[in-house]
Design a protein around this ligand. Structure first.
Ligand code: ADP
Ligand code: SF4
Length: 675
């Protein structure tokens, strides 16, 4: 590395007990939605992080025994020899790049419903499982506690067999060991009641694990260092005590906070390095290295955290998903090339839906094995075709960038005076500023490609395409929000919509003034309805948010934002009407009805903000399709998330001129057939 690299300190080796991390970049354990059923997918994804320079690459939560089963959420496991082989595949690939591999051994305790294994959940006391499953655990007796320790020891030994370098004792995130540590653990034996008693099991498991792994692996303890929701001014007196009791026992402290919606909060609610105030005391209490997270994408922030003695290792989950090559880029001084996470939590959303990770910024995430995609390389072009891309939103920008990387001559025409499409407007909505990174990173990359030309204020019609005479046209003209109310609930336009004063999200983002009071009708059910209600209320407009759903912005449960959104709307004074359908519009009067009983009432609202569904802007595509080789991508093909548009643009660029003889475009993991 260049001796003058100002970030050199980030590339220092760090001793973790018996092993040495090659640098301070640490991919903390994170969910993947892949789990033990997808060993190839996982191994290839984790390898990419190691190749990209992460000094330590960890698994997701890895179950030690069938009594810890989080199905239908996918998780890793180390139950038996088959699991050892699967984990070894990942470890081997990580080692190839000189990185350390860590495993987060996990027991879910009363939190896991064990729906797949059908084992009765166990915990320090009998309590209901997380979520709404009608499942309750049984209280562990002393024999169960001994057995739990044995399972942990056996799993740690399997981890050694799989050649891991780092083994976790996982005592946070509301699983088994958190329940033992909790003040709510009022067991009458030596494992409950006093703090010393509640810490006992963690201490024993730390010592057991040390015995099991000897000098082969480092031991990390993952712990929350505060005691409540951040919004309620958490205390940390007891956690300080726990850390002082266990201070030098682990080889590494992996520190987080209790409020998961803040620890991995979206950028709408939580800024980079936001955990600093909560975690910075830990390093003063132990001589052992400390790793923590904070959606770090700025090398300067990372540097400051190390220099100020907040952390020893820069822990990242999302930044390593958005850019598996982040460390390498810092090392090579290519800071402009860092593809910064935007904090949208789509990645987590996929895990919540039990499907493999995807990422808004990194379309290759989850595609490393099944499609063979690499985030930093793309095959060179297979033809000399000149390509015209119409529309400079996420899909058009990504297609232009990726085709340009392949060496194609590309013209990108955008009718507006700025690139970005939907991101242009959405990144100006409250809290979404970081979403502009989707556009800005691509603009920066395209600027480095001489053979990609960008034309702004260039609305393209059929005539211009004829004049330009491209070999292929890509239509990425996006979608517009509907005005008529058709969406999930209404298959037909809402009665009277033409008589009402209706604004769409496009209108509001274009700066059209809204006359209050406003009724925001959200049948889209992701972030837009709630966000516009917030924006209008902040501007002093009385707002009623009406939604047929039982929750405000329900899909954001997947991104762990829903509770924060609801609270925010209450804070800014939005009137919330859930389970309510917008039935008829008559001038300034809206008839709404209970979604269950049909009971009607009226709401006076001069303005209706209609957030229901979008209409693809595909007229140009249909006009061109017969005369040119034309493809539509992104929202023009089918309105979706920004992540879907980026993926669509990227996929087009990868697959152009590809051999299409394969029946399915991607490989699937297959269980081994018996016999
Ligand atoms: P996507 O997410 O699929 O990229 P967006 O709606 O974000 O879709 O972006 C579409 C972009 O296409 C917008 O910036 C819009 O201004 C642009 N656009 C739409 N029609 C034309 C056209 N005929 N010529 C050039 N640009 C267009
Ligand atoms: Fe970041 Fe969004 Fe990618 Fe997750 S999906 S890593 S939050 S950009």
């Amino acid at each position: 590395m260049n001796e003058k690299n100002p970030y050199q300190i980030l590339f220092e080796e760090i001793r973790l007990g018996p092993v040495v991390a090659p640098n301070r970049f640490y991919q903390v354990p994170h969910c993947t939605g892949m789990g033990y059923g997808s060993p190839n997918t996982l191994a290839a994804m984790r390898e990419m992080k190691a190749e990209g320079g992460w000094g330590v690459v960890c698994t997701e939560y890895c179950s030690i025994h069938p009594t810890s089963d989080d199905s239908p959420l996918p998780h890793a496991s180390l139950w038996d020899k088959g699991d050892i082989r699967a984990q070894a595949l990942m470890v081997d690939k990580v080692h190839r790049h000189g990185s350390l591999a860590g495993v987060q051994l996990w027991h879910g305790g009363s939190t896991s419903s064990n729906l797949y294994s059908r084992e009765v959940p166990i915990g320090p006391s009998s309590r209901p499982a997380e979520g709404d499953d009608p499942v309750q655990s049984r209280a562990m007796d002393k024999r169960d506690i001994r057995q739990l320790r044995d399972w942990h020891i056996a799993a740690a030994r399997r981890a050694v067999e799989a050649d891991f370098d780092l083994v976790y004792v996982y005592a946070t995130h509301g699983y088994m060991l958190s329940h033992f540590l909790s003040p709510a653990n009022r067991r009458s034996d030596e494992y409950g009641g006093s703090l010393e008693n509640r810490v006992r099991l963690v201490r024993e498991i730390l010592e057991d694990t040390k015995q099991a792994v000897g000098d082969r692996c480092a031991i990390a303890l993952r712990l929350a260092c505060d005691s409540g929701m951040v919004d309620a001014e958490p205390e940390s007196a007891e956690e300080r005590e726990i850390i002082s009791l266990l201070g030098e026992l682990p080889d590494l402290w992996d520190i987080n906070i209790r409020d998961y919606s803040y620890e991995m909060g979206s950028s709408r609610f939580v800024r980079e390095a936001a955990l600093e105030d909560y975690v910075s005391y830990v390093k003063k209490m132990t001589g052992k290295p400390v790793v923590g997270v904070g959606r770090f994408t700025s090398p300067d922030t990372m540097l400051r955290q190390i220099r100020d003695g907040v952390l020893d290792l820069i822990g990242c989950a999302r930044p390593s998903i958005a850019d598996p090559f982040l460390p390498k880029k810092i090392r090579e001084g290519r800071l402009d090339d860092i593809r910064e996470c935007i904090g949208c939590n789509i990645c987590y959303g996929n895990n919540s839906r039990s499907i493999p990770l995807a990422c808004t910024q990194n379309p290759t995430m989850g595609e490393e094995w099944r499609r063979g995609w690499h985030p930093e390389s793309i095959p060179p072009r297979a033809s000399d075709r000149k390509i015209l891309i119409v529309g400079g939103g996420p899909a058009g920008l990504e297609a232009a960038r990726a085709l340009g990387e392949r060496g194609h001559e590309v013209a990108l025409a955008e009718k507006a005076s700025e690139l970005g499409g939907r991101v242009r407007g959405e990144s100006r909505l409250p809290g979404l500023a970081e979403w502009a990174r989707v556009r800005d990173w691509r603009i920066g990359q395209i600027a480095k490609l001489d053979h990609v030309m960008v034309y702004l204020e260039s609305e393209v019609d059929e005539e211009q395409v004829r004049e330009f005479a491209p070999d292929a046209v890509v239509v990425a003209t996006g979608a517009r929000w509907r005005r008529d109310g058709i969406g999930r609930y209404h298959e037909e336009a809402i009665e009277g919509w033409q008589s009402a004063s209706i604004l769409t999200p496009d209108d509001l983002m274009a700066g059209i003034e809204c006359e209050g009071p406003a009724l925001v009708y959200d049948d889209d059910r992701y972030y837009m309805g709630g966000l516009l209600a917030e924006k209008l209320a902040r501007a002093g407009i009385p707002v009623t948010l009406v939604t047929p759903s039982a929750l405000v912005s329900p899909w954001t449960q997947n991104t762990d934002e829903q509770a924060r959104i609801h609270r925010r709307l209450l804070d800014v004074g939005v009137q919330i009407e859930t389970n309510t359908v917008l039935e008829v519009l008559a001038g300034e009067r809206a008839t709404v009805a209970c979604a269950f009983s049909g009971r009607e009432r009226f709401i006076e609202a001069p303005t209706i903000v209609m957030v229901t569904s979008r209409q693809p802007q595909d007229a140009l595509y249909h006009r061109l399709a017969d005369s040119f080789e034309t493809t539509r991508i992104g929202d023009c093909l089918a309105p979706g998330t920004i992540a879907a548009s980026i993926h669509s643009g990227h996929r087009f660029a990868r697959e152009m001129d590809a051999d299409e003889s394969e029946e399915v475009a991607f490989r699937r993991e297959r269980p081994t057939l018996e016999g």
